[in-house]
Design a binder for this molecule. Structure first.
Ligand code: GDD
Ligand code: MG
Length: 360
């Protein structure tokens, strides 16, 4: 297997309020655009040719990744005029594939951070003689995912996208967003119209008697669909919990990009990333958080599990916990912002304006 399709389109991104001008796949996780980790992991597994299927802001990928040669890859980009859905996007790039019928093609969702053993998925696929093989992972609440029950041999028996009723929730195994398709199976997806691989292609293949094989694997896996998950993923990359050959530098408690300035007594821990040209003031403490390029964390601020957008400012002594601060936002001194708060790009919060704890 030397070829892959990376799905990076769709109706937009839930990180959009944070990154109005940059789609999520390009937001830095552990110091490099998130997609870099997926590309590097595929390359390390022997993939040489990757077609990126995109439908929005595609123009930001190519200037950054170019033809892929700097990563030892041959990268191509295909942009849909209108989003074609996951299956439509796969079918749409078929003319770019060079694999022969019977050869496996790797396909992966662009918003997943995982330690999946890609060669093991390909080996499972070959051994089972499957048409399609899917990486499955176990989650506590499967409602946001595709539910994939299997028989004792790992053969897929059904595919239920976003199950809602308790009767539908028959297993805790979900589609982890990485597949191996036999090349010719891709041509069975109808061309020229939106198709959901989850709602149409997989159920259709099963109904037609195709062999879909599941590989349950309990390696690191995270869907980066929310800013909180993105922060967690970035920290796990830095800590080395999520394996990626693209993390710049050694794994550890913190990753400080070279052009950043951090006061000697500032405390950075829990996989915190301080981006290019960012500044961290004296006595500040930042734990498990991502500070994007050019942001400023002033003295004595305490930041935990938060995402600080590019060029944002966090005033002195302000406390952030589970917060998402948009690019260019300006948070005054002595504020307290807690779980789930999202501050829009370029918004301004005055000094001492928001607290959660009582006044003292
Ligand atoms: N090119 C293109 N065009 N890509 C698309 C389109 C499209 O129209 N629609 C979605 N994608 C890409 C997204 O960018 C993402 O990388 C991937 O396909 C999956 O789409 P999401 O919109 O993120 O789907 P989801 O997270 O709700 O569910 C999917 O992922 C789960 C695992 O995280 C499904 O595959 C579920 O079955 C799965 O469990
Ligand atoms: Mg997703």
């Amino acid at each position: 297997m030397t070829e892959a399709i990376l799905l990076v389109g769709g109706k937009g991104t839930r990180l959009r309020p944070l990154t109005v001008h940059t789609p999520k796949p390009m937001v830095p996780a552990a110091g490099v655009p998130f997609l870099t980790h997926q590309l590097a992991r595929a390359r390390a597994a022997g993939v040489e040719h990757i077609v990126m299927a995109t439908s929005y802001l595609a123009e930001v990928f190519e200037p950054h990744f170019g033809d892929g040669s700097s990563m030892g890859l041959h990268l191509e980009y295909v942009t849909e005029d209108e989003p074609l859905g996951t299956g439509g996007a796969i079918r749409n790039v078929a003319p770019r594939l060079t694999s022969a019928p019977g050869e496996p093609v790797l396909i992966f969702n662009g918003d997943i951070l995982t330690g999946l053993d890609i060669p093991a998925l390909v080996a499972t696929h070959r051994e089972a003689g499957a048409d399609v093989s899917l990486h499955l992972t176990r989650v506590e609440d499967p409602r946001a995912f595709g539910l994939v029950p299997t028989d004792p041999d790992g053969r897929v028996t059904a595919f239920l996208e976003k199950p809602q009723t308790p009767e539908e929730i028959v297993t805790d195994q979900v589609n982890a967003g990485a597949y191996v398709f036999n090349r010719e199976v891709i041509d069975t997806i109808p061309a020229g119209r939106p198709v959901s691989v989850e709602r149409e292609t997989f159920p259709g293949l099963l109904a037609a008697g195709a062999h879909l094989q599941g590989m349950v694997d309990s390696t690191y896996w995270l869907d980066l669909g929310t800013p909180q998950a993105f922060v967690r993923g970035s920290a796990d990359l830095v800590l080395g919990r999520a394996p990626s050959p693209a993390v710049p530098g050694r794994c550890g408690e913190r990753l400080v990009l070279e052009s950043a300035t951090v006061a000697p007594d500032a405390k950075l821990s829990g996989g915190t990333v301080v981006g290019a040209r960012a500044r961290v003031g004296a006595g500040a403490s930042i734990e498990g958080s991502t500070v994007l390029a050019g942001a400023v964390i002033e003295e004595g601020a305490r930041v935990q599990d938060s995402l600080i957008g590019a060029g944002a400012r966090i005033g002195a002594r302000t406390v952030l916990h589970g917060a998402v601060i948009g690019d260019g936002a300006d948070i005054g001194t002595d504020n307290e912002l807690r779980d789930g708060v999202r501050v829009w790009c370029d918004a301004h919060i005055p000094d001492g304006a928001v607290r959660f704890s009582s006044d003292q």
